[in-house]
Design a protein. Structure first.
Lengths: 207, 418
């Protein structure tokens, strides 16, 4: 039996997933946690084979940080990042944290067991891309990387000057990216753009 | 008869004399101004001719000598007048085009900005209308010296109604709602004389635009504040949506179990099918039971203590956690970080934490009973992210490696609730 550590802050979702995983007969749930920061300790307690790690967990603890920590101390442990957030930076952050696979929660639940099986067989499973999100007249994949980066800072309510400073570019360059995005979406204000991006979960501030 | 030939000739002679004197004056002026050589020669020739003619004229008065017909005498006198008048008009035109003290004063007076010049003793040598008016208002009297003006700029006269609007710059709002920016510049002339130039630029439009900008910025800050609070809530909203989706799924599963049962009963299906329906019920009811069996989420500290015990580490906490949720969580995070490190690196079996309060700060000192670190501890991923968290909450964090490892975290935790 493969021992699974499940990290998911939503009680309902956690129990539902735990139930489904236990039902399969191939996996047992060693621990189900709400807080990603407790995962490392759970791994110290007993030998875990597979970690299912949510990204946004209790107390704003990041699943990426926890995954990276686990990867550092247990290089052979399998890690699957699970999320329902369409934030386009998550895929890259998951790779950086050393995850083996990545699964979008909103898909079918049976799919999860499939991803777990394949991951345990040593096959990395990654979605082709972030689910496309409609923003005004544009689809999220129409944005360039730089534009998404600007949008991320915009969602943190930073000013033009602050964004320019963090990105190491000039203020006119920031304006240029924003006006491009406004043109693509057809929105009239950058705030509307930022709010919509957050609402559609294209950007999750703080993770 | 009054108009005798002698009297007319005498009058012409006097007129000619006056013309010649004026001509001489004009000629000297022309020479001083550097007139053209040809005109100078021409003028001189005419002048000499005039002189000669004057002697002939005076000689021709009958009582003295040579005769001269009267009409000719009058005609030549008038003719000599013409070049003088032309010359005079030309010089007059030149004068009006040339720079002089008056033209400079006139030009400076017409400036839309204020300008004044002072000599090294601070005495005003030149001051235009605008500056005169401004100085009058700001000094509460006429402009006496540079010193009095500078004094007034530092502290406008009481009752003048002038308000300084910039802490750094000499910018003032005058009672007529115009804004002026005063600046001082030392200038030295080519001949070595030194002056102080004070200018007052009209920045009313700039000031009004700045006021507009401030109002817009205020609005912007408000929007940004609302944005920030929205951003904070967005993750919570997203999670709520997830719960809803999950509840709907459980609801759907129970719903389909009910439907299958109904079909089974109404259509009186064979008993074999009942088995699968029962299995369905087991699954969905099981889901619900599991959910209700779960105890209330224990507190973070309790969770940590339990988990630590399971990895063979006892946490001894001396003192009380603050009521403040945020502070309490950060302290728990510090404990957790120390707990994993103590087990992993120090092979400790006990973790000791002392909590104390002073004023509105709560301090935790964490040590363990494991091995003493061989080298001083470097802040890696866990400790440095803890530091970020502590400092973001307005606290401080200190690490000590010798003689034993200890971690000290101080946090603001509101009022002492004891």
């Amino acid at each position: 039996m493969t021992k699974v550590l499940l990290v998911e802050d939503q009680k309902m979702a956690r129990e539902y997933m735990a139930g489904r995983i236990a039902e399969s007969g191939r996996y047992t749930i060693a621990a189900a946690l709400a807080n990603a920061a407790l995962a490392e300790m759970a791994c110290m307690r007993e030998k875990i084979d597979l970690v299912l790690m949510d990204v946004c967990t209790e107390h704003d603890e990041s699943g990426f940080t926890a995954a990276a920590q686990i990867r550092k101390h247990w290089p052979r442990m399998r890690i699957i990042i699970i999320t329902s957030m369409a934030d386009c930076s998550f895929l890259e952050k998951a790779r950086k944290a050393g995850a083996d696979s990545f699964w979008y929660k909103e898909l079918d639940q049976d799919d999860l067991l499939n991803v777990m099986d394949r991951t345990m067989n040593g096959e990395p499973v990654w979605p082709a891309g972030t689910p496309a999100v409609q923003l005004g007249e544009a689809v999220s994949c129409e944005f360039t990387e730089k534009e998404i980066e600007v949008l991320r800072y915009l969602a943190d309510a930073l000013s033009y000057a602050e964004i320019a400073d963090r990105m190491g570019v000039s203020v006119p360059a920031v304006r240029f990216h924003i006006s491009n995005m406004l043109q693509k979406t057809g929105y009239t204000s950058k705030n509307k753009l930022a709010i919509d991006a957050i609402n559609k979960r294209l950007i999750i501030p703080g993770f | 008869m009054i108009f005798t030939e002698e009297s007319v000739k005498a009058a012409a002679a006097v007129l000619l004399l006056i013309i010649l004197i004026m001509w001489m004056v004009l000629l000297t002026l022309k020479i001083r101004r550097g007139g053209r050589f040809r005109t100078l020669v021409m003028d001189t020739v005419l002048f000499v001719f005039g002189l000669v003619f004057l002697t002939i004229l005076t000689d021709s008065i009958p009582e003295y000598g040579t005769p001269l017909p009267l009409p000719a005498a009058c005609a030549v006198t008038v003719l000599l007048c013409v070049p003088l008048i032309i010359s005079y008009l030309r010089e007059e035109k030149k004068t009006s085009e040339m720079l002089n003290a008056f033209s400079i004063k006139e030009a400076i007076d017409d400036l839309p900005d204020g300008a004044a010049f002072f000599d090294t003793n601070g005495v005003p040598v030149l001051c235009n209308h605008v500056m005169y008016r401004l100085a009058h208002i700001i000094c509460g009297g006429s402009l006496k010296s540079l010193k009095s003006l500078e004094e007034a700029c530092r502290k406008p006269a009481a009752g003048s109604g002038v308000k300084r609007i910039s802490p750094k710059r000499m910018t003032f709002l005058f009672p007529d709602d115009t804004a002026w920016y005063f600046s001082r510049e030392d200038i030295s002339c080519r001949d070595g004389r030194k002056y102080v130039q004070i200018t007052a630029s009209n920045v009313t439009e700039l000031y009004e635009k700045k006021q507009e900008l401030l109002a817009v910025n205020e609005e912007l800050a408000d929007v940004s504040k609302r944005m920030r609070s929205m951003v904070r809530n967005v993750t919570a909203i997203a999670r709520e949506e997830e719960i809803l989706a999950m509840k709907m799924r459980v609801h759907d599963e129970i719903g389909s179990s009910v439907l299958a049962t109904r079909r089974l009963l109404v259509q009186q299906r064979p008993m074999e099918e009942a088995e699968s329906v029962i299995a369905m019920w087991r699954k969905s009811v099981g889901l619900l039971c599991r959910d209700s069996e779960i105890k209330e989420e224990s507190s973070q500290l309790l969770q940590l203590t339990e988990q630590a015990r399971e990895i063979g580490l006892a946490i001894h906490l001396n003192g009380r956690m603050p009521e403040d949720r945020e502070a309490s969580y950060i302290l728990t995070a510090a404990l957790r970080e120390c707990a994993t490190n103590a087990v992993r690196h120090a092979e400790a079996s006990g973790l000791y934490a002392d909590l104390s309060r002073k004023d509105s700060m709560v301090t935790i000192v964490i040590t363990n009973d494991g091995k003493v670190p061989e080298n001083s501890i470097l802040e890696g991923g866990g400790l440095s992210s803890l530091r970020r968290r502590v400092e973001r909450a307005g606290g401080t964090m200190r690490i000590q490696s010798m003689p034993v490892f200890s971690l000290t975290v101080s946090l603001p935790a509101g009022e002492d609730d004891e």
